[in-house]
Write a protein of this length. Structure first.
Length: 230
């Protein structure tokens, strides 16, 4: 898929047409479906946008995409996507991206995002990092104010150490069989910490300084899985 294949999504669902369990892979702006998790996967039509965050809820597909500005819906993969809701609340400053959407066991809707502000280039441990919007019905969306980050820069480890990551991106969550959140996966810049990387030459959208969120382009990056304190 090239560069546009980044940040894929995967949803297991019960196909309302035949009652069978199916597997869907969302990547490169398209949806691919298979009868087994091992495939083969067949293209089923367009997805809900780049950096997709799809869910299958009460027999209907819903999704949002990179900018997290609206929810779209379709009754069947391969069908037309129509607008379901506008997401009005956004952070006071910065950009929201990399959405992950779910409906909790009480029926409330949630979306968490990585967030950043390219004006943040020092004291990265205090820079804009994440966002959370929520809804009772998937139609009317809200955000706590002043801005409340659903996850923060500093991660605490079992050996008593901690690490302040300058950026933690592409959040996605694990749940147990009861629907309780258990872990969060994040893409991390594994090198740069609170001090940032103001003088990095390899830095897209560089102004006078390299923003905290862009240090990753010249550093080593990887995935971390964090157990939630629940």
């Amino acid at each position: 898929m090239g560069n546009m294949g980044s940040n894929p999504a995967f949803v297991t669902f019960n196909d309302t047409a035949d009652g069978k369990t199916k597997y869907s892979l969302w990547v490169g702006g398209k949806v691919h479906v298979a009868d087994t998790v091992d495939g083969p996967y067949t293209a089923a039509g367009p997805g809900c946008g780049g950096n997709p965050a799809p869910i299958f809820h009460n027999g209907q597909w819903y999704g949002t995409s990179q900018g997290t500005k609206e929810i779209v819906t379709t009754a069947k993969l391969g069908g037309d996507w129509t607008k379901h809701a506008t997401i009005v609340p956004h952070l006071s400053k910065g950009t929201q991206e990399d959405p992950f959407m779910w409906v909790d066991k009480r029926g409330n809707w949630h979306i968490i995002n990585h967030a950043y502000d390219v004006g943040d280039w020092q004291h990265c441990g205090n820079s804009t990092l994440s966002a959370h919007v929520f809804s009772e019905d998937g139609k009317d969306w809200h955000m706590l104010k002043p801005d409340v980050a659903p996850y923060a820069h500093t991660v605490h480890y079992e050996d008593g150490t901690s690490h302040t990551y300058n950026t933690l991106e592409r959040p996605n969550l694990h749940f147990d069989a009861t629907g309780q959140l258990t872990h969060i996966n994040l893409a991390a810049d594994l090198v740069t910490q609170d001090a940032g990387c103001a003088d990095y030459d390899k830095c897209p959208a560089k102004r006078e300084h390299c923003a905290c969120t862009n240090c990753k382009y010249a550093d080593h990056a990887g995935t971390i899985i964090i157990a939630l304190d629940v």
